[in-house]
Design a protein. Structure first.
Length: 213
């Protein structure tokens, strides 16, 4: 009798654990609190070609608009959030300088599955498009940069308070699973923001940030 009860209890625990592992609560908890083992990602030819294409278009844009023509920031939202997808691109040498993790907006869902994009005020979603990185300030999330949307897909960014900032929930290195999500801001790790700060604050011209998919 005791063995039967034990088997039933074990089965209940297994079923419960299996169910929990598929829920949004578990995914969000795991992304926020559970340490991840490092995973080695490599850019596919398609992703690399897209990066180079965006960089080529970005080079023309910064020259026309008199932005910083040495470097720009490119974010590929088609990649997993556990993969480095915030690219610091060297426009002068046409090469990738560095990369890091960046969160995408959860559209005010507890945990957003997949991707949704919106330019609507109050949506909590990521907005695709080009951004001018504006002045820095110290706000709710510490040292942050105002962002000015330059396209019809993101021209409400300033009104939405979509800013570039860091958060401790963003890992410093790539992880196998999705990372924490934001309310629409391109949120990076604290150390990666320090690298960005050096570039932005030393630049005499605006730096281009481009979020694409």
């Amino acid at each position: 009798m005791k063995i039967s009860r034990l088997l039933i209890l074990v089965l209940i625990i297994i079923v419960a654990a299996s169910w929990l592992s598929q829920t949004k609560l578990w995914k969000r908890t795991k992304a926020l609190y559970i340490p991840q083992t490092q995973k080695d990602y490599s850019l596919t030819n398609r992703v690399e070609e897209k990066l180079q294409q965006k960089a080529a278009e970005g080079k023309i844009f910064v020259q026309q608009k008199k932005y910083n023509d040495n470097i720009c920031f490119l974010i590929d939202m088609s990649l997993s959030s556990g993969q480095n997808r915030f690219f610091i691109y060297d426009l002068k040498n046409d090469s990738l300088f560095n990369s890091g993790l960046v969160a995408h907006g959860n559209c005010y869902e507890y945990w957003l599955e997949g991707r949704k994009y919106s330019n609507v005020v109050g949506s909590g979603c990521t907005s695709l498009g080009k951004y001018k990185i504006g002045i820095h300030y110290t706000g709710k999330f510490g040292y942050s940069y105002k962002l000015h949307g330059l396209d019809t897909t993101n021209n409400n960014a300033f009104e939405r308070t979509v800013v570039l900032h860091a958060h401790s929930c963003i890992p410093e290195t790539e992880v196998p699973d999705e990372i924490c999500q934001s309310n629409g801001c391109p949120t990076v790790s604290p150390n990666f923001l320090e690298q960005l700060k050096t570039i932005i604050n030393q630049s005499k011209k605006p730096v281009l940030l481009w979020i694409y998919e």
